[in-house]
Design a protein around this ligand. Structure first.
Ligand code: C5P
Length: 220
């Protein structure tokens, strides 16, 4: 039987990948499927939590029993997560957020002019994880971030944990077909106390359960 160790807790989870409009038909996006975030939502629900899932451009069925909020852009995801975080005990940013967006989306489809491509001017998106970590709805709220690293996984993960100011950082090694869009995952959970807990290779559900174990161990 599943231990309902998250009963009475509200959790807000982001999943998927944001898309930034270039024009009405094109966007800047990424390959995130949302599967890890959905697995976090399903396992949190099974462990008794009340779950809000902010889903960016995923093609997965809405999990039953979870409040799912669909979003597209980083601005929409930020707004939905700020709202969900207001009464959340745990906030998990599992979405792949676009670092940059076009300064403005063209109102109509960009045409070939024969004069070569027009440059797309980009501006930086806000770091939602850093923002939610810095401005918590209550001091005991736990904030969890994810990081995908291709090399120097631990060193880069530690630096990122410090930079973001979150309580846990789940670091995945990506590249060579690992993690993105695959059913399996493998990770290390880093905490500011210097601990690093390896999560063995397994389903995204098993990685999600390991993340909730780390969260449950830190609950007030
Ligand atoms: O900096 P990096 O993109 O590697 O950080 C990944 C973590 O930060 C993820 O938890 C992601 O959801 C979050 N993030 C964010 N806002 C951004 C970029 C990343 O919340 N603009």
């Amino acid at each position: 039987a599943v231990v309902r160790d998250l009963a009475g807790l509200r959790v807000a989870i982001s999943a998927g990948g944001t898309r930034e409009a270039i024009d009405p038909v094109r966007f800047i996006g990424n390959h995130s499927s949302g599967r890890q975030g959905y697995a976090l939502a399903a396992t949190a629900l099974a462990r008794g939590a009340e779950v809000t899932l902010v889903a960016a451009n995923t093609a997965l069925p809405d999990p039953a029993g979870v409040r799912t909020v669909p979003v597209r852009s980083t601005a929409e995801l930020a707004e939905a997560m700020r709202a969900a975080a207001r009464d959340a005990d745990v906030v998990v940013m599992a979405a792949a957020v676009a670092d940059f967006r076009p300064v403005a989306a063209a109102a109509s489809k960009i045409k070939k002019t024969g004069a070569g491509p027009a440059p797309i001017e980009l501006t930086e998106n806000p770091d939602i994880l850093a923002e939610l970590s810095a401005s918590r709805a209550k001091p005991e709220q736990l904030v969890v971030g994810f990081a995908a690293e291709t090399d120097d996984v631990l060193a880069n993960g530690r630096a990122k944990l410090a930079r973001k100011g979150c309580d846990l950082l789940v670091v995945n090694q990506v590249g060579d077909g690992r993690a993105f869009g695959t059913p399996d995952n493998e990770a290390v959970v880093l905490a500011p106390d210097g601990s690093s807990v390896p999560v063995p290779h397994g389903s995204k559900e098993s990685v999600a359960d390991a993340v909730w174990d780390a969260v449950a161990a830190r609950l007030p």
